[in-house]
Design a protein around this ligand. Structure first.
Ligand code: SF4
Length: 71
């Protein structure tokens, strides 16, 4: 699983940080830092973060082969 945030869109609203705190964090007032390749057990909360982002800045790519290997 790969996570990409379009930082040109991100406004630092931090909704993603509340939904998936292990993956997204705000550094200072509005600089978002995040895990590009989070553990797949976090998939549910990351999907909630995608939905929660008011500017739809977060996208997730699933790597099916990698997912199968991790099972
Ligand atoms: S919810 Fe969206 S706009 Fe807010 S910090 Fe996260 S990625 Fe940025």
């Amino acid at each position: 699983m790969k996570v990409v945030v379009d930082l040109n869109l991100c406004q630092g609203y931090a909704q993603c940080c509340y939904e998936a705190p292990d993956t997204f964090k705000l550094k200072g007032a509005e600089i978002l830092v995040y895990d590009y390749a989070p553990n797949k057990r976090l998939r549910g909360e990351i999907e909630r973060a995608v939905q929660a982002c008011p500017v739809r800045a977060i996208s997730v790519e699933m790597d099916d082969q990698q997912e199968a290997e991790n099972d």
